[in-house]
Each structure stands twice: as structure tokens, then as C-alpha cells.
Design a protein around this ligand. Sequence first.
Ligand code: NAP
Length: 347
Amino acid sequence: MLLSGVVPSHTTLLPTSSHSRAAPLRHRHDPVGRAITVPLLRRSAMTIQARDAAPVLDTEPQPLKLLDRRTKLKIAVIGFGNFGQFLARTFAAQGHEILAYSRTDYSDAARSLGAAFFDNQHDLCEQHPDVVLLSTSILSAEAVLRSLPIQRLRRSTLFVDVLSVKEFPRNLFLQLLPPDFDILCTHPMFGPESGKHGWAGLPFVYDKVRIGDSDDRVERCRAFLEIFEREGCRMVEMSCAEHDETAAEIQFLTHTIGRVLAKLDLKSTPINTKGYETLLTLVQNTCSDSYELYNGLFIYNKNSTELIEKLDGALDTMKKELFERLHGIFRKQLFEGSARRSIDAGK
Ligand code: NAP
């Protein structure tokens, strides 16, 4: 299978001379829209080393190298809500073709991203996407996956999920998808709020649950992961089980504290300390995600139940420590105070 936009592996574009010698410069944009300056090479400076290669239309070496090494994927985003759109924006900016499906009509939002919106899953599957990306709420993932007419997809389609829990979608995919389909479970550990200024340095967790051995399947998976690498994400390969164990602490705990603090209705004051500002930001970051997301973190990560019990216990222990000290001080004052009064009275 040749993926759309893949340059055959035997095709190599090689600059035949160094362009470091005061080559004229030209301003243009890289594939994600950033302004860059590249040396302008004369057409003769590039040779094609493959007999069936397409003619060269652009001879600038750096962007060509980058673009030609990349696979343009056709990505179907299932669940085009808050996070689905957030991801699709970057996919589209990198030149991938985006197809979107959601129960809500997001055709305007899709159009603004240059994506095609489908209100019918059959129509979408008949487009034969290379990748089907599941970005629905955790709670609805099973129902949505079961409702997909997967028989209309190509047999080797790559299924990816971005759910914030990982063992649950892994088991779901393994249980519901035919063995021919590839499976990549991922968790971009950032969202529209924390990733609004770019994804550089932000963690991206992935587990290649089932990727076929053939070159095209390996290449397709690599091309998908490369989207995040190119944005500068910190790529972390980790099993789904290990993710859930770790994420319960860093994710469920963070969201729980944020939501508990939100119940206190904290207000900004003229004397905010840095610590208090951090709490206000935490409330804002966690409560801007849907309650359904938070609920999914609790229900579908078996480690969350134990953690919320531990948190409850820790608050109790802390309260006990504080009240015991307070009682100790009162008792001391009470007894020492009454002894002094008796002494004073006996004088
Ligand atoms: P969410 O509330 O977890 O999910 C909203 C999405 O689920 C929307 O696309 C919505 O479709 C769909 N959905 C909900 N109930 C549905 C149902 N009964 N049937 C069909 N579709 C349903 O919010 P989100 O922030 O967009 O997150 C999407 C996924 O990304 C979640 O699995 C979440 O864990 C994961 N994730 C989120 C973040 C983040 O920071 N937000 C970060 C990493 C991973 P409609 O809009 O069409 O109703």
C-alpha cells in the first residue's frame, strides 16, 4: 500500500553542491507556517536519483528535504469537540488532510480549519482514512467505537486514541477491532489551555499496542508520531498499564485538588501570594475541561479509587494533627492558668 503523499523510499533528492557559499537567501514559511530563511539554489544544484521520480518543481533544499520525508496522512477525527479540534488545528497546519465526525454539527469549525465535516460515519469511512483518531469523551468511547461501520474502512487502518486513560481504550480496541487493524494508544498530556502557546517540551505518551511489520504500516505509525515530534513534544513510550498507574497521581490528583478548590469559590485579592496565584491557575486549568473528562479519569482508571481514599485519609490525618496540637495548647493554658489562679488566690 502506498500512502497518499509518500515519496517512494528509493527516491532520493540530493543537493550536489554545498549551498553554504554565500547563496542568495529567500524568505518563506515552513510546513507549520513559521517564517524561515533558506538559501536559494539554482535548479542545477539538485539531482534526482530515481528513474520514476516526479520532476522537481521547487529546488530549495531544506524545506524540500523536510517535506519529502514526511507522509501526508488522511486523518479521521472522531469526536470533534474541544480536544479534537485543538489537535486537528495542528494536524492541518502540518499539511495533513482532516476528516471530522461528531454527534454535534461542527461543520463551521471544520471549515475554518480546512477540514471536511461528515455527519454520517458511513460517508466518512468510505473516504478510507489512513488513521482513525478517537477523541470522544472516555465515557462515550465504547458506544462511539461500536457504532463505527469499520467494515467500510481499509483493512489495515491505523486506529489511534487520545483518551486520558489508557488501559480502557487499549482493551476496547483489542476487543472490538479486527486483527488486521493497527492500534496506537496515545495521551498528549496537555490540552487547549496548557498547550495554547505551543507544544514544545510537553509530554506525549504512546504505546504501539499492535503495529504490523510491513514497511508501510511502520511508516504510517512513524508519520503520525512525527506530528508531535515536529511540534517539540517530549515523546515518552510507555505501556498503557504504566501510564494509568502514574497518571492517576499526576492527573487525577491534580484535577481533584483543582475541583475541590473550585468548590471554595476562591477569589483573586489585592494581596495574592505566588502560591495562591498557583491555586487560582490550577482551578482555571482543571475546571476548563469538561466534568465528563474528570469523571472518566475516575471511573476508567482503577488506580483513582485508591488515590481518592488516600487523599481523604491524608486530609483527615492532617486535620487530626492540627486539632490535637490545638487541644494540647488549650489544655496547657487551661491547667497552667487554673494552677496559677489557685496560687494567686492562696497568697
Ligand atoms: P470530553 O468531554 O472528554 O469529550 C468531548 C467529546 O466527546 C466531544 O467530541 C463530544 O462530541 C464527544 N461525546 C461526548 N459524549 C458523547 C456521546 N454520548 N456520543 C458521542 N460523542 C460524545 O472533552 P474533550 O476535552 O474534548 O476530550 C476529548 C478526549 O480527549 C477525552 O477522551 C479526553 O480524555 C482526551 N484528552 C483531553 C485533553 C484536554 O485537555 N481536554 C487532554 C488529553 C486528552 P460532541 O461535541 O459532538 O457532543
